[in-house]
Design a protein around this ligand. Structure first.
Ligand SMILES: Nc1ncnc2c1ncn2[C@@H]1O[C@H](COP(=O)(O)OP(=O)(O)OP(=O)(O)O)[C@@H](O)[C@H]1O
Length: 559
C-alpha cells in the first residue's frame, strides 16, 4: 500500500514548512477546543458547587476569561488551519497535475492510443482529486490525533495518572485499530466507486460526442440505458459507503461514551482525593476527544478509492516515453530537403504482420513525390515515421544525411510542415489558429498567406484576424479547413512538406483549387503527398506505389 502511495507522499517534502505549520495549527485548534469544553464543564460544575456563597469567594473572572480566550483561539486557529491546509493541498494537486502533464507530453502515439481522451481527463481531474484525501483526510487526522493523545496524556496526568493512561490507551487503540477495520470494510467499495466513476465519465463523453449517430440509428435509448445502469451501480456503492460512514460515526460515539463512563468510574473511585468539579473536567476531556477521533474511520473508508486512483496515476506516470529526443541535437540545414529511407522495417506493436519490410528510397531536394496505394497499405504510417510518431523497428531515416534520431525535438519539428488528414481547428481566433505554425509572424504575413490559399474572404469581415473559429465560432467547410492546414504549412516555412490526402472527401472543383494552390506554393519544397486520386500527376517528379510492404516507382517524370 505504501509503495503505491509513496510517489505522492514524497511530494510533501516540497511543502514541508507548510505541512508542519498546518499540523501546528490543527493542534492549536484541537487543543483550544478540548480546553474550552473541559474548562467550561469545570467552570459550570464549580459555580454550581460553590453556590450562592461563591458570589463573594469564587473567582469568576479568570475561568470566564479562559473560556473566552479559548473560544477565540479555537475559531482563529480553525480558520487559519483550513486556510493553510487547503492551500497546501491545492499546491500539491497543482504540482501533481503539472508533473503528470509534463510526463505524458513526450509519450508516443503508441503510448497515447491506450488511453481514451475521456479516460485521460478523468485521471487528471477525478483521480488527482481523490489523492487530496491523502493529506486532508488521512495524514492530518492521524498525525494530529497521535500528537494530541500525547498532549492530553501529559495534561491529565497532572491531575490523575490512571485516568490519563486510560484516556491515552483508548485514544491510541482507536487511532490504530479502527482505521484497519474500516479500511478492510471500505476497500472493495472504494475501488469500485473510483472505477465506476471513470467508466461513467468515459461513456458519458462518448454519448455526448456521438449524439448525432446515436439519434440517426435510433440507439440513444439503448446507450442511455447502459449509462443509467453504471450510474445506478455507482450510486449503490456510494450508498454502501455512506452506510459504513454512519456506522463509523456511531462506533466513535460508542467508544467516547464508554470512555466517559470509565472516566466517571475511575474518578468516582478516587472521589475523596479530588475537589469535586475536577471530575467534571475529566468527563469533558473525554467527551471532547470526539473531535480527535471523528475523522479517522472515515479517512480509511476512502483509502480504497485513493489507492485505486494512485494505481491509475502510477500506471500513467511511471511509463517511460518510447521516443526520446536528444536535449542538444545535431545542427540542421534548413536550406535543403533531402530524405532517405535505408532498409526501414516497421510493425505496429502486438500486430502479427509488418507494415513495411526493408523499404529504401531517396527523395532529392525540391522533388515532389506522390505516394499511392490501396487503403491500409501503410501510406500514413510512412509519413508518421518521418515525424517520429512511432519508433522504427529496423533501418534508418535520414534528413539531409542526418539520422532523424539525432535532431532535438524542436529542430525536427522546424524541419517539416505536416498537413494531416484531419485539420484541427482550435476554439480560438483565426490569428491564433494560424500562429500555432509560427508564433512570431506579423498580421501582414498572415493576411498575405490567407490570400494565397484563397481564404481572404475570412479576413474581409469586420473581425478580421480576430474572427472566432472552432466551437462557438464560424463553422468552416471541409475545403476551408484544408486551406487553413495549407496556410499553416506555408507559415511554418520548412524544407519538407508532408501531406496526408489533402483533397480527401472534397468535390472535384475544390480538389482542383486546392491542388492548384499546392503546386503554386510549394514549387521549391521537398514534398511527399499521400493520395488516392492522382489528378495532377504531371507535377510530381515521381509516383511511388506502396504494395505488400514495399515501395515501387509507378511513374517517373524523366522516364
Ligand atoms: N495504431 C495502430 N495500431 C495498429 N495497427 C495500425 C495502427 N494504425 C494503423 N494500423 C494498421 O496499419 C496498416 C496501415 O495503416 P495506414 O493508416 O498507414 O494505411 P493507409 O495506407 O494510410 O490507409 P488509408 O489510405 O485508408 O488512409 C493498416 O492495416 C492499419 O489497420
Amino acid at each position: 500500500m505504501l509503495k503505491k502511495l509513496f510517489p505522492y507522499i514524497k511530494l510533501y517534502r516540497h511543502y514541508f514548512i507548510m505541512v508542519v505549520f498546518g499540523i501546528i495549527l490543527v493542534l492549536v485548534a484541537l487543543g483550544a477546543s478540548i480546553f474550552l469544553l473541559s474548562l467550561s464543564g469545570w467552570f459550570l460544575s464549580a459555580t454550581a458547587f460553590v453556590g450562592v456563597a461563591g458570589l463573594y469567594t469564587f473567582n469568576y473572572m479568570l475561568p470566564a476569561a479562559g473560556v473566552r480566550g479559548a473560544a477565540i483561539i479555537r475559531t482563529a486557529a480553525r480558520y487559519a488551519e483550513r486556510l493553510v491546509n487547503h492551500n497546501t493541498t491545492f499546491k500539491i494537486l497543482s504540482y501533481l497535475r503539472t508533473d503528470a502533464f509534463k510526463r505524458i507530453l513526450p509519450f508516443s502515439t503508441r503510448q497515447m492510443q491506450y488511453y481514451q481522451k475521456a479516460d485521460l481527463l478523468n485521471r487528471f481531474i477525478a483521480d488527482i482529486d481523490h489523492l487530496d484525501h491523502l493529506y486532508l483526510r488521512l495524514f492530518m487526522p492521524i498525525v494530529s490525533g497521535l500528537l494530541m493523545t500525547i498532549l492530553i496524556y501529559f495534561a491529565v496526568s497532572y491531575f490523575d495518572q490512571t485516568i490519563a493512561s486510560c484516556i491515552a490507551i483508548i485514544l491510541l487503540m482507536t487511532i490504530l485499530v479502527v482505521p484497519i477495520i474500516f479500511y478492510q470494510a471500505g476497500k472493495v467499495i472504494g475501488a469500485k466507486i473510483a472505477e465506476q466513476k471513470s467508466e461513467y465519465r468515459q461513456k458519458l463523453v462518448s454519448y455526448l460526442q456521438g449524439q448525432a449517430e446515436l439519434i440517426l440509428f435510433n440507439a440513444t435509448n439503448r446507450y442511455r440505458t447502459e449509462l443509467d445502469e453504471i450510474e445506478q451501480q455507482w450510486l449503490t456503492n456510494q450508498q454502501k459507503q455512506s452506510t459504513l460512514l454512519s456506522i463509523s460515526s456511531a462506533l466513535i460515539l460508542l467508544i467516547i461514551g464508554a470512555m466517559t463512563l470509565l472516566i466517571i468510574f475511575l474518578a468516582a473511585d478516587g472521589i475523596a482525593n479530588y475537589q469535586q468539579p475536577i471530575i467534571a473536567l475529566f468527563i469533558f476531556v473525554g467527551l471532547s476527544c470526539t473531535e480527535i477521533l471523528a475523522p479517522i474511520p472515515g479517512a480509511f473508508l476512502f483509502l480504497g478509492q485513493v489507492l485505486t486512483s494512485a494505481d491509475r496515476m502510477n500506471d500513467l506516470m511511471q511509463q517511460k516515453p518510447d521516443i526520446s529526443f536528444p536535449k542538444i541535437g545535431v545542427k540542421a540545414d534548413f536550406n535543403c530537403g533531402e530524405i532517405s529511407f535505408n532498409d526501414v522495417s516497421f510493425t505496429y506493436p502486438n500486430q502479427p504482420l509488418s507494415v513495411f519490410e526493408k523499404v529504401n528510397f531517396t527523395i532529392k531536394n525540391g522533388e515532389h513525390i506522390a505516394l499511392i496505394g490501396k487503403t491500409g497499405c501503410g501510406k500514413s504510417t510512412l509519413l508518421s515515421l518521418i515525424t517520429r510518431a512511432w519508433p522504427i523497428e529496423k533501418g534508418q531515416i535520414l534528413l539531409n544525411q542526418q539520422d532523424i534520431t539525432q535532431f532535438d525535438e524542436s529542430t525536427l519539428r522546424n524541419l517539416m510542415a505536416v498537413i494531416p488528414q484531419t485539420i484541427s481547428i482550435f476554439s480560438d481566433t483565426l490569428r491564433n489558429n494560424l500562429l500555432i505554425a509560427n508564433p512570431r509572424l506579423p498580421d501582414k504575413k498572415l493576411i498575405e498567406v490567407l490570400a494565397s490559399v484563397e481564404l481572404d474572404k475570412l479576413t474581409n469581415s469586420e473581425a478580421g484576424l480576430d474572427l472566432w473559429l472552432g466551437e462557438g465560432g464560424r463553422a468552416l467547410s471541409g475545403g476551408e479547413k484544408r486551406r487553413i492546414g495549407i496556410a499553416r504549412a506555408l507559415l511554418h516555412n520548412a524544407p519538407f512538406i508532408l501531406m496526408d490526402e489533402p483533397t480527401e472527401s472534397l468535390d472535384s472543383q475544390t480538389e482542383q483549387q486546392i491542388l492548384a494552390i499546392i503546386t503554386k506554393c510549394y514549387t521549391d519544397k521537398t514534398l511527399i503527398m499521400v493520395t488516392h486520386r492522382l489528378t495532377q500527376h504531371s507535377w510530381f517528379d515521381r509516383i511511388y506505389l506502396m504494395e505488400n510492404g514495399q515501395l515501387s516507382i509507378a511513374k517517373n517524370k524523366t522516364v
